[in-house]
Design a binder for this molecule. Structure first.
Ligand SMILES: *Cc1c(COP(=O)(O)O)cnc(C)c1O
Length: 368
């Protein structure tokens, strides 16, 4: 790395002047809690998910947890989730007292394997939680018929996949609910925040009650609820980001196409037929010494990261009473956890930076 070349970070969240102005405008108004900005953000986000109802909350994890609460799941219920995801997917299941049942992924998409899902269904199964990992849509065309045949709800974890689609249908518009995150490193953010999408007006009302102490009219509590409200400051920032999302998504996809053509010595991310990948992560597989590969990239100023080095079923809270992982057989999950490396793909990358990433990968991959 020469002196005039700054290191390229793995991600670069945008907090621009427009976001700052929007936040300041709301702060100066004095009305900062859930109000008109949240309502407008919900309306505008609906355009991303085929006009579904949208319910804003304070995080993606809250979106998942509140969805499972609204669907009435709890102790004794099983929810099928991929182990190859961020812990939040399974945490949401455990937070409502239900049991995550871990299944393997398809190696091409890194998303849940529909055949594995079908094989994991028991009389206790209530829902399937596909994760659109890295911004690649899960195989909803094969998952939805399985869910329908068994009367299961589908809770989409779309935290990484704003504006991804399969055969023209956007993620978040397939399942009973879709759950998005607006954490700073996601494809768009609201500092912290989340959104639940649903076609079911009654479920949307229940979600609104549950996020706000079970109230619609003040102090007329109808059910027991939590406080998972989004602030109007966060919503104002999210609204600004939403106006940029289409352009940012195009740039992520163009960056990915650029790297796809140039990288050697690694397996570039495959895209399933009919899938619109939005590249929350640009994740390659490297089958040599991954530690050396990552260190070599870092030496050349190329930020990189492994999402996720430990599959959820091997994380401490998910081990059995004997301290060992349960009886799960998840070979593709284990292999992915050993091979994946995510490279910078954020929209602000310049062509010069993309060339540096490609040169570094092509240099380091042959010797690591
Ligand atoms: C980020 C993320 C979440 C949780 O979102 P938060 O807003 O951080 O709570 C859930 N699932 C996946 C797959 C994520 O990447």
């Amino acid at each position: 790395m020469s002196a005039n070349q700054a290191a390229i970070p793995p991600a670069r969240p945008v907090i621009g002047e427009a976001e700052i102005d929007a936040a300041v405008r709301v702060l100066r108004s004095g009305m900062v809690v859930q109000g008109p900005e949240v309502a407008a953000f919900e309306r505008e986000f609906g355009e991303l998910v085929a006009g579904r109802h949208c319910v804003a909350v304070n995080s993606g994890t809250s979106a998942l947890q509140l969805s499972l609460m609204a669907l009435g799941y709890g102790p004794g219920d099983e929810v099928i989730v991929p182990s190859f995801s961020f812990a939040a997917s399974a945490n949401a299941v455990r937070l409502v007292g239900a049991t995550p049942v871990f299944v393997d992924i398809e190696p091409g998409s890194f998303c849940v394997d529909p055949d594995a899902v079908a094989a994991a269904i028991t009389p206790r199964t209530v829902a399937i939680m596909p994760v659109h990992l890295y911004g690649h849509p899960a195989a909803m065309d094969r998952l939805m018929p399985i869910a329908e045949a068994h009367g299961l709800a589908v809770v989409e974890d779309a935290a990484q996949a704003h504006a991804a689609a399969l055969n023209g249908t956007p993620v978040g518009a397939f399942g009973a609910v879709g759950c998005f995150s607006f954490y700073p490193t996601k494809n768009m953010h609201s500092l912290e925040g989340g959104m639940i999408t649903t076609a079911d007006a009654e479920l949307a009302r229940k979600l609104r009650l549950l996020r706000n102490q079970g109230m619609e009219a003040r102090y007329q509590n109808e059910i027991v609820g939590a406080n998972m409200r989004m602030t109007d400051v966060a919503a104002a920032i999210g609204r600004v980001q939403l106006t940029q999302l289409a352009g940012w998504t195009d740039k992520r996809r163009a960056n990915a196409a650029y790297l796809d053509e140039r990288l050697t010595g690694v397996v570039t991310p495959p895209v399933a037929e009919g899938a619109k990948h939005v590249y929350h992560q640009y994740t390659v597989r490297f089958t040599g010494d991954r530690d050396a590969f990552q260190a070599g990239l870092k030496d050349l100023g190329i930020g990189n990261a492994v999402y996720y080095p430990t599959p959820i079923h091997k994380l401490k809270p998910y081990l059995g009473e004997d301290g060992q992982p349960g009886p799960w057989k998840l070979p593709e999950t284990d292999r992915a956890a050993e091979e994946v490396v995510s490279l910078p793909i954020f929209p602000g990358l310049t062509t010069e930076e993309l060339d540096r990433i490609a040169d570094a990968v092509n240099t380091v991959a042959v010797r690591a």
